[in-house]
Design a protein around this ligand. Sequence first.
Ligand SMILES: Cc1cc2nc3c(=O)[nH]c(=O)nc-3n(C[C@H](O)[C@H](O)[C@H](O)COP(=O)(O)O)c2cc1C
Length: 476
Amino acid sequence: MSTPNRPSGPNRPDRPRKQIHLAAHFPGVNNTTVWSDPAAGSHIEFSSFAHFARTAERAKFDFIFLAEGLRLREQGGRIYDLDVVGRPDTFTVLAALAAVTERIGLAGTINSTFNEPYEVARQFASLDHLSDGRAAWNVVTSWDAFTGENFRRGGFLAREDRYSRAREFLAAAHTLFDSWTGDEILADRESGAFLRDAGAGAFAHRGRHFDIAGHFDVPRSPQGRPVIFQAGDSEEGREFAASDADAVFSRHGTLTAGREFYADVKGRLARYGRTPDQLLILPAATFVLGDTDAEAVELAHEVRLAQVSGQTAIKFLEHVWNRDLSGYDPDGPLPDIDPEPGENTVALGRASVRMHRDPLTVAKEWRELAAARNLSIRELVIETTGRQTFVGSAATVADAIDSLVQQDAADGFILVPHLTPTGLDVFADTVVPLLQERGAFRTEYTGSTLRDHLGLRTPPPAAAPAAVATPAPATV
Ligand SMILES: Cc1cc2nc3c(=O)[nH]c(=O)nc-3n(C[C@H](O)[C@H](O)[C@H](O)COP(=O)(O)O)c2cc1C
């Protein structure tokens, strides 16, 4: 056992042990979820969400996280049903979870492209009230016309405009959150005066994307503003994170990639007058636990085979090749033909296809890897599409997580179990106590809000309403 409060192994001996942040992503829609496992339950019934959230809370995690997908994915002109299909509305689920939990943070992904600041601000302010200060908003910038067909304005946003709208969306939302300072409600039964301040909630935002004014109808919430997450990986995405986010949900959790991303994004903060502790880097990670390391390795192999069937492997290859490859044998070699250039038209509704910015180079690298290691299509996809995965006994996994955090590859991890809803249980029961023993993870919540858990300060209320429209009457 290592000495509490001192990093062990290759970590820096000259500073106190960093405290690890842990969160859990409700697994749905991607092939992380092994829905065919006999132990898998519903991904849509409330009992699943409740079990998952309560387990995370029992383990003293910072928050649970819901992703967003606004249209059923399609591939080759058909609904993609190799993964779980269907997902209930984020706010409805999080509001219900607020009622059956007490401390765990409730983070929801809500895009800034197909919504309006007023309605999103009021939903998050309401969630923050209902949960006594546990709301977080992952601001994503979905832009594609396919998703846009579900909405009134269609896919109206040019790709290059999505972050300008996101920035303005968030600025407008902040204006709304700050339109109440928290001292406006008098509710004096004797005099009959409800409001102390007739200007309560007055706001105006005028910009390129939004021109809105009025009185915001949700009084200041416990956190003032929800915690802001960001998940984009592009240059503009990283800059947006540095200027505006409290935490980044990243793809980069391994030692080298994680340290590079961590240093890059934290290095951008000074430009915005911010310090490195004002932005947490939280990569996604999966895990497979066994009684021994060997058992876990074997189990992890079985899990990957369940996640990447032969059909799934071909579909994933199509994301890079951007053409129909259904005639290829998943247990055979990679196609000789090159990827079809241009925007991906085979797979619709997937943000991840945009990760492959240069498909020709990716195809070349994959061919070299497959040749060097004699990999079939399925083996290649298993090899290249896995996220950061912690595999081993509980002690091995606790050590790996702590080591990556102490070496600044991350401030913590957002865990994505492969089983819904019970996949987190074993982690809570075995890894968490080990992290607690070594003084790297809390044994009790010390605060009540998500900002408390994350070590982030609550933004002070704006000194005065941002702008004044017509004052509201003091009584109705
Ligand atoms: C870990 C992670 C999780 C994401 N989750 C979602 C999501 O739930 N819904 C969504 O529409 N986009 C999601 N995205 C996509 C991004 O938010 C963003 O739209 C995409 O990465 C394109 O932006 P970029 O060019 O800045 O990377 C996620 C991205 C990452 C890295």
